[in-house]
Design a protein around this ligand. Structure first.
Ligand code: NI
Length: 188
C-alpha cells in the first residue's frame, strides 16, 4: 500500500467523466487499498479515484456515526438517487463543504438531505446505502467527482466568484498541481 498524491483542480482527470470498472482483479484491490490509506492520511471523509489520477468509478468514504449504515467503505460503479434540494440560500455555518482537490478552502453549498446510493463492493457484491444529512452530502460530493464535477462547480454567488479567485490566487486551475498527504502540510 502507498499514500498517493492528490491532484488539484485544473488536472484534466478531475474534470471528465470516469469509466466503469470492468476488471475486478488485483489492480483494483491495490487501488482501493491506496485510496483508503491516502484518505486516512489526508485526512478526508471521502476520496474518489480521479483525485489520485485514476479515471475509474470508485470512491471510498469514512464518516463514522451511530446509524446502521456501514460508515466506512468503498463503492464501485455507483448510481445515485437524489432527494429534493432546498432553494434556500446556503448557510456558511451548516452547509460549508471542502474538497481535498481544492485544499484548504471551504464554501457553502445546498445539497439534498437524502440520497440512495447503489453499487458494488470489492467482491462485486451489490451495495445499497440510504444516507441522510452530512453522510448524504458526502455521497453526493464523491459521486460528483466520478462525473467530472467538483463542488466548486456547483456554487452560487458570491461563493462561485470567491472560489474562482482563491483557485487563481494559488496558481491552480491548470494541469500539474498536486499535494502529498503526510508530506505537504495542508489544512484541508
Ligand atoms: Ni472532493
Amino acid at each position: 500500500m502507498s499514500i498517493r498524491s492528490i491532484v488539484i483542480t485544473g488536472e484534466p482527470v478531475l474534470h471528465n467523466r470516469t469509466l466503469e470498472v470492468t476488471n475486478w482483479g488485483k489492480e483494483l484491490r491495490q487501488l482501493v487499498a491506496d485510496m483508503f490509506e491516502t484518505m486516512d492520511e489526508a485526512p478526508g471523509v471521502g476520496l474518489a479515484a480521479p483525485q489520485i489520477g485514476v479515471a475509474l468509478r470508485v470512491f471510498t468514504y469514512d464518516y463514522p456515526d451511530e446509524s446502521d449504515n456501514p460508515r466506512r467503505g468503498v463503492i464501485i460503479n455507483p448510481t445515485l438517487e437524489v432527494g429534493p434540494i432546498s432553494n434556500e440560500e446556503p448557510d456558511e455555518e451548516t452547509d460549508s463543504e471542502g474538497c481535498l482537490s481544492v485544499p484548504g478552502e471551504r464554501f457553502p453549498l445546498k445539497r439534498a438531505d437524502n440520497v440512495r446510493v447503489t453499487g458494488f463492493d470489492l467482491d462485486k457484491n451489490p451495495i445499497q446505502i440510504d444516507a441522510d444529512g452530512w453522510f448524504a452530502r458526502i455521497m453526493q460530493h464523491e459521486f460528483d467527482h466520478l462525473e467530472g464535477m467538483l463542488y466548486v462547480d456547483r456554487l452560487v454567488e458570491p461563493y462561485a466568484s470567491m472560489a474562482s479567485a482563491a483557485i487563481e490566487e494559488f496558481g491552480w486551475g491548470k494541469p500539474g498541481c498536486s499535494w502529498l498527504p503526510g508530506r505537504d502540510d495542508i489544512d484541508a
